[in-house]
Design a protein around this ligand. Sequence first.
Ligand SMILES: *[C@@H]1O[C@H](CO)[C@@H](O)[C@H](O)[C@H]1NC(C)=O
Ligand SMILES: *[C@@H]1O[C@H](CO)[C@@H](O)[C@H](O)[C@H]1NC(C)=O
Ligand SMILES: *[C@@H]1O[C@H](CO)[C@@H](O)[C@H](O)[C@H]1NC(C)=O
Ligand SMILES: *[C@@H]1O[C@H](CO)[C@@H](O)[C@H](O)[C@H]1NC(C)=O
Ligand SMILES: *[C@@H]1O[C@H](CO)[C@@H](O)[C@H](O)[C@H]1NC(C)=O
Ligand SMILES: *[C@@H]1O[C@H](CO)[C@@H](O)[C@H](O)[C@H]1NC(C)=O
Length: 427
Amino acid sequence: MPISHSYIKAHKEMKQCRFTLFVKELSIRIRREVREGSFQITTTIVFCLSVAFFVVILGMFINDHVRKFIVSEEFYLPQLTKFSQLSPWSPYSQFLCNTSLFSSPTLPPLNSSTSSRALRDLIAPKELWHSMNDKELMWRASMVPHFVDYPYDRTPKVAFMFLSRGRLPLASLWEKFFKGHAGLYSIYLHTSPEFNTEMPESSVFYKRRIPSKSVDWGKATMVDAERRLLANALLDFSNERFVLLSETCIPLFNFTTIYKYLINSNHSFVSSFDDPRHIGRGRYNKRMFPTVTLPDWRKGSQWFEVHRKLAIEIVSDVTYYPIFQEHCRPPCYMDEHYLATLVNKLRPDLNSNRSITWVDWSRGGSHPTKFVRKDVSEAFLNQARHGFNCSYNSGLSSICFLFARKFHPSTLEPLLRIAPSLLGFDP
Ligand SMILES: *[C@@H]1O[C@H](CO)[C@@H](O)[C@H](O)[C@H]1NC(C)=O
Ligand SMILES: *[C@@H]1O[C@H](CO)[C@@H](O)[C@H](O)[C@H]1NC(C)=O
Ligand SMILES: *[C@@H]1O[C@H](CO)[C@@H](O)[C@H](O)[C@H]1NC(C)=O
Ligand SMILES: *[C@@H]1O[C@H](CO)[C@@H](O)[C@H](O)[C@H]1NC(C)=O
Ligand SMILES: *[C@@H]1O[C@H](CO)[C@@H](O)[C@H](O)[C@H]1NC(C)=O
Ligand SMILES: *[C@@H]1O[C@H](CO)[C@@H](O)[C@H](O)[C@H]1NC(C)=O
C-alpha cells in the first residue's frame, strides 16, 4: 500500500503542530509557576525530560515514514518478527503495528526451520546446567506428551548417569566405549558440588555435569542424587533407557551389544527381592503402615536401570518418598529399599527384578569386593560376562550383566589392555 506524499505531509504538520502546542504549554506553565512563586526545579526537569522524550519518539516516527520510501519493506520484516517473538505485546511492537507501515496487522508465519529449532530446544535442552531447584526440576521432568508418535525422527538413546565424587578414575575406558556412537547415548554426571573441574572439550564427559548437591552414603541424599540424575536425563525426550553407574563401574560388553540389550528389553532392571533376614525385612518400620506394608517391603541394589515410563513414575513419586525419608534411616539404607519397594508397588509388571550390574558379595561384609590391578584378567571378565543364566524378555539368556563394579583406579591399565579385543572396542 503506497503512502501518498500529501498524507505524510499532513501527518508531519499535525505532529509538528502538536509539538508547538507542547512548547507553548510549557512556557505558559513556567510563567505561571514563576508568578505564583512556587517554581520547583525538580518538576521542571521531569517535565523537560518528558518533552525531550516526545521529540525523540516524534523523530523516529517521521524517520520511519521517510525511510519507507528509500529502503525496501523486507528490511523491516525480519526486525519486526524478531521483536514480536521476544515480546509480542511490548509497547514498541504495538507502536510499530499501529503506524500503518504494514498493509496487514497479521505477522508472517514462522517458517518450518524456525519452528523446528524451537522444538529442538524443547526436545533436549542445549545446556545441561540450569538454575531450577529440585522441586521445579521434578515437576518439569514429569511432563509426558499425550501423543503416541513424535513429530520428529526419534532415535531412542540410552542415558548413562554417573554418580561420582569427582573425576571418573576410569574415564578413559568409558571414552573408548562411547567412541563412534554419538547420537545413541547421553551422559549425565552428578559429582560433589565442590568438584568443578571441566573435562577437555574432546571428552565425552565435557559439559555433562548436572547441578549437584552433596551426598551421604546410605542416607536420603543418595536417593535425591539418583532422582536428580533421572530428572535431568528425562528433560531429553530422546532418552529411552536410564542406567545409574558409579565411578567404579566398567562396561562388560561393547556399546552396540549394551545398547541393543537395553533398548530391546521389555523390562527394567531394578533389583527387587524379599529378604526375610534382619538386613531385609528387619529394616521395615511399622510406622510406614499402611502406605507401605511388610509384604510390600523389598530390598535391592542401588545400581538400577529403568525405562522412560518407570523413570517418570520415580521422579513424580510424592506418596512413598516422604514416608521413606522419615522412617528409613540408618541402619535402614534408603537407597537399598526405596526403589525396590516403589517399583514393586507401582509397576511390578515392568520389572525384571534383577540388577544389570554385577558385583561380588562372596567375601562377605557390608561392602562388596573391590577389585585391584592383579584381579583383572580375560578369564575373570568372561566369568562376569557369560557365567550366568537368566531370563530376558521371557526367554533365557547367557548375558545377565552388562556392567560390573567395584574397580579400583589401578585396574585401568589392565582394562585398557584387555578390553579392546575382549569387548570389541575400537582400538
Ligand atoms: C494499536 O491498535 C490496537 C487495535 O488496532 C489498539 O487496541 C491499541 O491500543 C493500539 N496501540 C497504540 C499504542 O496505539
Ligand atoms: C526458513 O528460514 C531460514 C532462515 O531464515 C531459511 O534459511 C530457510 O530457507 C527458510 N525456509 C523456508 C521453507 O522458507
Ligand atoms: C518381578 O516381581 C514381581 C512381584 O514382586 C512380579 O509381579 C513380576 O512378574 C516379576 N517380574 C518378572 C520378570 O518375573
Ligand atoms: C546355562 O544354561 C546352559 C544351557 O541351558 C547350560 O549349559 C549352562 O551350564 C548354564 N550355565 C550356568 C552358569 O548355569
Ligand atoms: C515385549 O512386549 C511387546 C509389547 O508389550 C510384545 O509384543 C512382545 O512380544 C514382547 N517381547 C517379548 C520377547 O516378550
Ligand atoms: C560387539 O560385540 C558383539 C558381541 O560381543 C560382536 O558381535 C560385535 O562384532 C562387536 N562390535 C564391534 C563393533 O566390535
